[in-house]
Design a protein around this ligand. Structure first.
Ligand code: SIN
Length: 271
């Protein structure tokens, strides 16, 4: 999809049960390209769940009700008059828990004719492109990830909360991917508040540098959603953001409805 990350896969119908050989190819593409993308899929929630389960066990979102048919699927809804997307700021999912979600399979059900793309950043590249001096400074640091700065349901008319936010976890600033052995930067603007043994004010300049560095355009790609598109990403070496470019709604008018279903891979402790 871009020089940095992402691959589109065609010629596969995800509503069918895939052979181990076909799935092994998809899984390898997931490890090699970090975000993979399929178009023109026609999936029921159960078929979506079954495909996601080929990767990992699934988990429910801690703060948002899942859909009745498959509670591990979160329905992400932006109504036409709303201009913020759920998941707007750059983040990896649920990093405020000790065991953040490994990744997700996001399926487009109702998409705007334009806008509302999802951006992805390659956090291997974010680490590898730092100077040796910066690498030496941050490797071995830990940072807090906190859920409390974000509204998970009340700001979104189409989403229902089930618990209050308020989780916090301490994670390494540089993590090693358990399957590839490669190092990746692991901080995000949405959730990382400060380094261990430092105040938020002391941490801010360096964190801001790392957030900006990670999301430099040459470290990113974006998915243009069509109804029936499905993306699978790995949170262990990517970040993503839902792009808030519904300017008609932002300017007080009506914009576009956007509905995606997210099946979330269960958590794993970052090392
Ligand atoms: C998410 O953060 O999981 C949602 C991303 C999106 O809606 O584009």
């Amino acid at each position: 999809m871009a020089g940095s990350l992402g691959a589109e896969i065609s010629g596969v119908d995800l509503s069918k049960s895939l052979s181990n050989e076909v799935f092994a190819g998809i899984h390898q593409a997931f490890l090699d390209h970090l975000v993979i993308y399929f178009r023109d899929q026609n999936l029921t929630p159960a078929q979506h769940r079954d495909f996601a389960l080929r990767f990992f066990k699934l988990e429910e979102h801690p703060y948002v009700e899942g859909i009745a048919e498959v509670p591990e699927i979160t329905e992400i809804v932006k109504e036409p008059e709303e201009h913020r997307n759920w998941g707007g700021p750059w983040h990896a999912d649920v990093t405020f828990k000790e065991e953040p979600s490994i990744g997700a399979a996001l399926y487009a059900r109702d998409v705007p004719p334009y806008g509302g793309d999802t951006g992805f950043a390659n956090m291997y590249l974010a680490w590898e492109t730092l100077s040796d001096g910066m690498k030496a400074l941050i490797d071995g640091l830990e940072a807090f990830h906190d859920s409390s700065g974000y509204d998970y349901s009340t700001a979104f008319r189409g989403m229902r909360g089930k618990a209050a936010a308020g989780d916090r976890a301490l994670h390494p600033v540089v993590r090693t991917h358990p399957e590839t052995g490669r190092k990746a930067l692991f901080v995000s603007r949405a959730y990382t508040t400060h380094f261990k043994d430092m105040t938020p004010a002391e941490s801010k300049p360096l964190l801001e540098y790392l957030f900006d560095h990670a999301s430099r355009i040459e470290h990113t790609t974006r998915i243009r959603w069509e109804k029936g598109s499905l993306a699978v990403w790995d949170n262990r070496e990517t970040m993503h953001c839902a792009i808030d470019d519904d300017f008609a709604a932002r300017n007080g008018g009506n914009g576009f409805r956007r509905v995606l279903h997210r099946a979330t891979f269960a958590g794993q402790k970052p090392m």
